[in-house]
Design a protein around this ligand. Structure first.
Ligand SMILES: NC(=O)c1ccc[n+]([C@@H]2O[C@H](COP(=O)([O-])OP(=O)(O)OC[C@H]3O[C@@H](n4cnc5c(N)ncnc54)[C@H](OP(=O)(O)O)[C@@H]3O)[C@@H](O)[C@H]2O)c1
Length: 229
């Protein structure tokens, strides 16, 4: 996959220390992409550029942007996320709720803003926000009654961030997507989850890699299905 001036295309992934982010980083690297794997923890693997990033920390985000100044980034995958308290209304706690919103919603917005010059100087110009069907107002509670107030609200708000960014950045040719990875076997998804992490990562890659400006502002699942907002 070529980026600008026949350089390898570059993908930056947040939360790449484990789970889905790590799997996507490894798959992109195997497919010949230049991968910048961002995280608070250890490297995503050989041949992958590792950058330190805590998406809850605006200073960490600006530091990353400073280090990457001038480097075109074809795809930004805002993947880092936490689930927070799952107990429901009675166990909802202020600090927990705000921490989930900070990481899952504000983080992707601040990272996108900080790396916008890198995206604009690239060939592809794609922002993929890893959301969740749990944050869909239309579908999120259909077959899922977990408490998850903070998580659901954070992903619903992330979906609005996708739509608003899509509107604002369309004229600059930037495509912005919300994506549902399925119920994935990761630390977050747990042992009972049904989608192997490699399958989710490859499904998401198929959607991200084929996305064009015609897809901006859409919400898709890893299997290609359109998710209702
Ligand atoms: N698994 C599922 O079934 C499922 C379903 C729907 C949506 N999703 C979404 O998919 C994405 C990936 O989830 P996953 O299942 O791979 O979860 P995971 O296994 O728990 O991994 C979460 C990743 O996010 C990183 N992270 C958390 N807070 C961060 C912060 N403040 N700054 C930087 N990185 C941070 C973690 O880094 P550390 O190692 O440093 O903690 C880790 O790399 C999330 O956005 C999640 O909401 C997952």
């Amino acid at each position: 996959m070529a980026g600008r001036d026949n350089q390898p295309a570059t993908v930056l992934i947040t939360g790449a220390s484990r789970g889905l982010g790590r799997a996507m980083a490894q798959q992109y690297a195997a497919a010949g992409w230049r991968v910048i794997a961002c995280g608070r923890g250890p490297s995503a693997g050989d041949g992958i550029v590792q950058e330190t990033l805590d998406v809850a920390d605006p200073v960490s985000i600006l530091d990353l942007a400073r280090r990457l100044d001038g480097m075109p980034i074809d795809m930004l995958i805002n993947n880092a996320g936490i689930r927070g308290d799952t107990g429901g209304l009675q166990t909802l706690a202020t600090d927990d709720f705000l921490e989930v919103m900070r990481i899952n919603t504000l983080g992707p917005l601040l990272v996108t803003r900080a790396l916008l010059p890198n995206l604009l100087s690239s060939q592809r110009k794609i922002v993929a926000n890893i959301s969740s069907r749990a944050g869909s107002i239309a579908e999120g509670t259909l077959d899922d009654d977990d408490g998850d107030y903070a998580y659901r609200c954070s992903k619903a708000a992330l979906n609005m961030a996708t739509v608003k960014l899509a509107q604002d950045l369309r004229a600059d040719g930037v495509t912005v997507l919300s994506l549902h990875p399925g119920w994935v076997k990761t630390d977050m998804g747990g042992d009972e989850a049904v989608v192997p992490v490699a399958d989710s990562a490859s499904g998401l890659r198929r959607i991200i890699d084929s996305a064009t400006l015609a897809d901006t502002g859409s919400f898709r699942a890893f299997d290609g299905r359109t998710v209702s907002w």
